[in-house]
Design a protein around this ligand. Structure first.
Ligand SMILES: Nc1nc2c(c(=O)[nH]1)N[C@H]1C(S)=C(S)[C@@H](COP(=O)(O)O)O[C@H]1N2
Ligand SMILES: [Mo]
Length: 270
């Protein structure tokens, strides 16, 4: 437990960052409305996004309690094209086969520490109650983009599979290998994890539509996670399965995500 003084200090720093962030957005002004790319030309904005990554989870919880909603925008704020980043077109054979079948054979498996493991086809996911939200995606590489996402609230799927009491994290496994298809059997597929506060947040959805159209391959078709209080790298694309776990210390690099294993913070709160 950190002492009071540390918290006060951290809180002051956090205020500075929030202030910086507001300043950066104000400076970017109408550029934000015009599209995705221009914010990346704003140096202080880029720096702010980089530093936001290092906020501790505890401090973030104090200054911005997580039940709080991420800002939502209007249709007028949505640029025609949502930028894409990271994997744009997975070369993995299992993904390519699904893609050739127009994802008709896709099944999202939800298992691990649950009472009732389940699998959902895209048609089944689309038939469930949905949520639509227009939000801003912030990548640590220094760009932002507003998009309109529609999908199934993750909390709803969790209710279906009934997490066991010891389940603490929701782990997303993705189709795309980051080092290309593996030659030596080493798994380099993208993965991510979030805790239950985020998993059950009303704006956390498994999105199948972007800007009123089926999710393009470059943005994570057929299913990608939107966890709106977090930075871009937490938004897992090409989700193949969801696993409830007690801890992620023994999984892959042990840090809870592909980029986390490379040194990014596990909690990418914004
Ligand atoms: N499976 C997978 N998910 C991913 C990535 C990736 O390379 N593979 N990149 C992450 C990063 S760093 C960002 S900024 C966003 C980019 O999402 P977009 O392509 O829809 O803009 O996806 C995140 N999720
Ligand atoms: Mo990112």
């Amino acid at each position: 437990m950190k002492n009071r003084k540390t918290y006060t200090l951290m809180r002051a720093r956090q205020r500075d960052r929030r202030h910086l962030l507001r300043g950066a957005f104000a400076a970017a002004g109408s550029a934000l409305l015009a599209g995705c790319d221009r914010l990346s030309q704003n140096e202080s904005f880029v720096e702010t996004l980089k530093s936001a990554q290092h906020l501790s989870r505890a401090v973030h919880k104090i200054v911005a309690p997580r039940p709080a909603m991420a800002q939502e925008f209007t249709q007028a704020d949505v640029p025609p094209v949502f930028r894409s980043n990271g994997t744009l077109d997975p070369t993995d054979a299992d993904y390519q086969a699904l893609r050739r079948a127009d994802f008709a054979t896709y099944q999202l498996k939800v298992g691990g520490l649950v009472e009732k493991p389940a699998a959902f086809t895209l048609a089944q996911l689309r038939a469930l109650p949905s949520r639509t939200q227009i939000t801003r995606h912030d990548c640590v590489e220094g760009w932002s983009c507003i998009g309109k996402w529609t999908g199934v609230p993750l909390g709803l799927l969790l209710d279906r599979v009934r997490p066991l009491p010891q389940a603490r994290f929701v782990l997303f496994r993705c189709f795309d290998s980051m080092d290309g298809p593996s030659l030596d059997g080493r798994d380099s597929r993208y993965y991510e994890s979030i805790d239950f506060d985020d998993a059950r947040h009303p704006q956390t959805i498994l999105a199948y539509d972007l800007n009123d159209r089926p999710l393009p391959v470059s943005n994570g078709a057929p299913i990608r996670c939107r966890v709106e209080r977090q930075l871009g790298y937490k938004q897992a694309k090409y989700v193949s399965s969801i696993e409830l776990v007690e801890s992620f210390g023994a999984i892959r690099g042990g840090k809870g995500g592909y980029w986390e294993d490379e040194g990014y913070e596990w909690y990418g709160g914004i």
